[in-house]
Ligand binder design. Structure first.
Ligand SMILES: [Zn+2]
Length: 66
């Protein structure tokens, strides 16, 4: 019995969607690529809602870029 990769609920054979969370069921061999965000070196990074970083966020970004 396959299980939903999103919520872990059991999925009955032939069901196109998870009955528990409604996620589409992947066919055998299908995968979902993990989402990665690429940040070019030197690019400005905005964290949070506003365009201005707090002091701690700016420091965190600087340390990430080392
Ligand atoms: Zn599910």
């Amino acid at each position: 019995m396959p299980i939903c990769i999103f919520c872990g609920a059991e999925i009955h054979d032939g069901d196109p969607f998870c009955k528990n969370c409604g996620a589409p069921v992947l066919k055998e061999g299908e995968t979902i690529e993990p989402i990665t965000i690429e940040v070019p070196e030197g690019a400005e990074i905005t964290i949070g809602d506003g365009p201005e970083m707090t002091h701690d966020e700016a420091r965190w970004v600087r340390e990430k870029q080392k």
